[in-house]
Design a protein around this ligand. Structure first.
Ligand code: NAD
Length: 369
């Protein structure tokens, strides 16, 4: 019997809808051409959910997400919700979703497509063939640590406080995600912290070392200070395979690494929790209100996020490979949305880009057959 996969689809706001329409084409293609079967539950998140339910993530939406094999999200936000209460803003829905689904590992690939090499601000010889995966701890560290706040010192001065805190179980579980992923890639993990000046960093290094020795000694582990990692990403990025780091450093290093590739419309991400639980897959970009509804959005970041869902939540590696190869081939063919336009290329709208990918997927399937 064909296995059925249940996906919750949350287009969100702005260009999320346009991009998700193109993801649906890819899902339909997988059903037609690969004999797969999907049950899709579509719902709202962000501003659209606020308008409909009075909150940016309704309880029933959350339950649907938790009961799915994977959640595919577009993007949230827009100026029309700027005046909404902080805890009801579109972004609050996304934060709640990540927290309630127990998503503690954020995966951000930085992959340089040969056809887009000129979009990087670095020299082609530095970024050619680049394929880095950053695993950022997502639910701990200084963004959540207590105590926090701003104190009035009573003498005209104030004190701002945030606390960097990690416990062993938090370090080990994100470490396991990184080591497991490295085994399926280049088998190398760089663990980044500031063990030289921070106790939480010292613990991070000791716990990673112990985890490596007890469970993952077949994987190459290197420790690196986070500031050095920031430099090395620009100097010699191809030395990296998987980078694992805490919430704060991961926030910064993943943005830096993704910009090596040069184009926001091409960047997917995944957030994972415990094995067997659904992951959340979403593009790195936001809802792009400046181009929403105009057919100018690049849907490839959302489609590549869906490919990550196939790989990491549904274990459909061959299908993920097909889609990623299809994206490479569309780019090589010179078909481009405006954000990645270059000389002598053919301009496409959002939906034309989806159609071009399907044409190439069909062509590639015929080659295989
Ligand atoms: P943005 O990522 O939406 O847009 C930045 C720039 O990149 C814009 O000029 C936009 O047109 C362009 N762009 C982004 N994605 C593109 C795509 N797929 N194709 C072509 N061009 C693309 O960031 P912003 O403008 O700072 O934020 C807009 C809204 O999105 C805000 O409300 C913000 O809070 C929200 N946001 C949401 C997420 C998320 O849902 N995870 C992430 C970032 C920002």
């Amino acid at each position: 019997m064909t296995q059925n996969y249940t996906l919750t689809i949350l287009p969100g706001d702005g260009i999320g809808h346009e991009a998700m329409t193109e993801v649906r084409k890819v899902i339909a293609w997988l059903e037609d051409s690969r004999g797969l079967s999907f049950t899709l539950h579509e719902d709202d998140i962000g501003g659209a959910a606020y308008d409909k339910y009075g909150q940016p993530l309704a309880d029933e939406t959350l339950e649907k997400c938790k009961a799915s094999d994977a959640v595919i999200m577009g993007s949230v936000g827009g100026p029309q919700w700027d005046d909404v209460d902080y805890n009801l803003r579109p972004e609050a829905g996304l934060l709640r979703l990540r927290k309630e689904m127990g998503l503690y590992a954020n995966l951000r690939p930085a992959l340089v497509f040969d056809a887009l090499i000129d979009a990087s601000t670095l020299k082609p010889e530095i970024v050619r063939g680049l394929d880095i995966l950053i695993v950022r701890e997502l639910t701990g560290g200084v963004y959540f640590g207590e105590p926090r706040g701003i104190e009035d010192l009573g003498n005209g001065q104030r004190r701002g406080i945030n606390t960097q805190v990690y416990e062993t179980y938090e370090i080990e579980r994100v470490g396991r995600v990184a080591f497991e992923l490295a085994r399926k890639r280049g088998n190398k993990v760089h663990s980044c912290e500031k063990a030289n000046v921070m106790e939480a960093g010292k613990l991070w290094r000791e716990d990673m070392t112990a985890l490596h020795a007890s469970e993952y000694s077949d994987v190459q582990l290197e420790h690196m200070y986070a500031d050095n990692c920031a430099m090395q990403l620009l100097r010699n990025p191809s030395q990296f395979d998987v980078i694992v780091t805490d919430n704060l450093f991961g926030d910064i290093l993943s943005d830096e690494a993704s910009m090596l590739t040069g184009s926001l419309g091409m960047l997917p991400s995944a957030s994972l929790g415990d094995k067997g639980k659904p992951g959340l897959y979403e593009p790195v970009h936001g809802s792009a209100p400046d181009i929403a509804g105009q057919g100018k959005a690049n849907p490839l970041a959302t489609i590549l996020s869906f490919a990550m869902a196939l790989r990491y939540s549904l274990n459909l590696n061959d299908e993920a490979d097909l889609i990623e190869q299809g994206v490479q081939d569309v780019l090589v063919s010179g078909q481009r949305t405006p954000d990645i336009m270059a000389d002598n290329c053919t301009p496409l709208s959002t939906s034309q880009m989806g159609d071009a990918l399907i044409t190439i997927l069909n062509h590639n399937m015929k080659k295989v057959a």
